[in-house]
Design a protein around this ligand. Sequence first.
Ligand code: FAD
Length: 260
Amino acid sequence: MDLDEIQITRAIVDSYTQKFKESLDIDVAIAGAGPAGMTAAYYLAKDGHRVSIFEKKLSPGGGMWGGGMLFNQIVVQEEGKEVLDEFGITYSQYSPGYYVADSVEAASTICSKAIKAGAKIFNSVAVEDVIFKENRVSGLVINWTPVEMAGLHVDPLTIRCSYLIEATGHPLEILSVLEKKTGTKLYTETGSIMGERSMDATQGEQDCVEFTREVAPHVFVAGMAANAAFGRPRMGPIFGGMLLSGRRVASLISERLRGK
Ligand SMILES: Cc1cc2nc3c(=O)[nH]c(=O)nc-3n(C[C@H](O)[C@H](O)[C@H](O)COP(=O)(O)OP(=O)(O)OC[C@H]3O[C@@H](n4cnc5c(N)ncnc54)[C@H](O)[C@@H]3O)c2cc1C
């Protein structure tokens, strides 16, 4: 068969445009495709909600690919094992309560399962601001990462959403903008971003799930972003908390969407 270059181009432009148009007005927008954001997207999509993730980097997966210090294995504790089972990720028991998995299999499988469940992922798209009306976030302001990197003067586009999940990990990029530009008082002890604390794997993992919650009207934090927002410890390359946090935020938002 003779291949037509223009038909290839048309196929890409038309199908991308369709996917993007379907994401302009959605139930849940997620900033950041790390393990927490992708797990949240999977469960929300599985529950029938319209959900899209906007990821600044070319490859979704966040900090998961590199395991610990580029040793590309991850550890998951007992509590997180059932999420590995849900995704069908291969793992083995290293010692009682410590399970190991290949970080590349884990990141790629969660990504694939989220998309197959119906979530959309837009990579190389950075969230740079929020739409803020009537004292709450009602959408995202996005632009191509290369535009941001090159410092080009190009206006962004926007996404409307009922709920936003801030899952950008350590830097808390979206919450920082929200705090700075809108003066929103967050639902933290101080009313502001508290910043992550030094490493404590036990506490950090528990807190990552416990502090997965609404942090401002219609804005939820998940994964490392929850610890960073609420001043809780980091935990290093153990990932059960990230997976459980993603599942929890999906369940909290699903309840709200069902009751809306
Ligand atoms: C580069 C890097 C280094 C890390 N180093 C450590 C470490 O030394 N110790 C430790 O305990 N944990 C570290 N982590 C985090 C660790 O991997 C976490 O335990 C886990 O990956 C956190 O998962 P998460 O889903 O919360 O966020 P992450 O895995 O961090 O994923 C967040 C995602 O959000 C994306 N993002 C950020 N800003 C935006 C934006 N404005 N718009 C769209 N997308 C955005 C990022 O590109 C990333 O893919 C690191 C993470 C990263 C990405």
